[in-house]
Design a protein around this ligand. Structure first.
Ligand code: F3S
Length: 277
């Protein structure tokens, strides 16, 4: 059996930067409050909790005078301010690419466009971006979802950073036929794009593809979708322990891809298990 790892794969620049900053802070203060899991990966979150991380669901749960942490997904300006007011120190791990998307949304809104975000309305990154819009905003899951009320309106379009390029192109094309004026910012991040392309390439030579990453990770989900859509049997697992020998039967070349929130140690564990099998 031959094992090929997608290139690039695993932790993206933004998550790596955020987690390194968080870990350095934990080493100094031994207690940091994060609003939501700092990374969409339960195994890595558990490791950080052992170092003193405390995950809370709302800014009000951060005790006055504590050290707080904003994850790579970012937050709304209101939440950002609230955390800053309550905390003795606030560590901002917002990914610079997410910050760009937030700024673009703000500018489009200020320029009078109805803001359209391609993405998942329940995702924290999208909620954060929406917070920067002062006027009308719509989150659409696909090109098919353009509501009739937007026909004939000036629309400013951007994307959740982890969306598939094909979906964004389809949405923009959809607006070309219904809107007299559109302004488009491509806010899909390069790390996402590179990981998606690496899965496409790998799917051409692999007999089976293992996608490694948290079930709550949007970008891992996209990689698993690409693997499945390309016709290669694709298995999405969170950790090596979920891999069963039976799945490997009749597969000579196994491709491994990992989401942008999957730490290297989980990838190494999986490769080790595959070699043992
Ligand atoms: Fe940032 Fe892109 Fe990662 S937006 S958090 S580098 S997937």
């Amino acid at each position: 059996m031959k094992i090929i790892t997608a290139d690039p794969t695993g932790l993206c620049f933004g998550v790596k930067r955020a987690i390194t900053t968080l870990e350095n802070e934990l080493k100094k203060t031994h207690q940091v409050y994060a609003l939501g899991s700092p990374i969409h990966n339960p195994q890595e979150t558990e490791r950080l909790e052992k170092l003193g991380l405390i995950v809370v669901d709302s800014p009000e749960e951060v005790p006055e005078g504590a050290v707080s942490f904003v994850r790579a997904h970012g937050v709304t300006p209101e939440v950002f301010e609230l955390l800053r007011e309550r905390s003795a120190k606030m560590v901002d791990g917002t990914c610079p690419f997410v910050k760009t998307a937030q700024e673009r949304a703000k500018t489009l809104s200020q320029d009078g466009y109805i803001v359209i975000i391609l993405g998942d309305a329940s995702h924290p990154e999208v909620k954060g971006i929406m917070g920067y819009v002062s006027g009308e905003v719509h989150v659409l899951a696909s090109a098919e979802a353009i509501p009739y009320e937007l026909y004939g309106k000036r629309c400013g379009i951007l994307s959740q950073t982890t969306q598939r390029v094909e979906n964004f192109s389809a949405l923009v094309s959809g607006f070309v036929s219904v809107s007299p004026e559109i302004k488009v910012y491509n806010t899909i991040c390069r790390a996402t794009l590179a990981r998606q392309q690496s899965v496409c390439r790998l799917a051409e030579e692999a007999d089976g593809m293992i996608v490694l990453g948290g079930r709550n990770s949007a970008n891992t989900r996209k990689l698993a979708e690409i693997g499945s859509c390309s016709g290669v049997p694709t298995l999405w697992i969170e950790h090596a322990g979920e891999l069963e020998r039976g799945w490997l039967e009749n597969k000579d070349i196994i491709g491994i891809a990992a989401g942008g929130s999957t730490p290297d140690w989980l990838i190494k564990e999986l490769i080790q298990k595959l070699k043992m099998m």
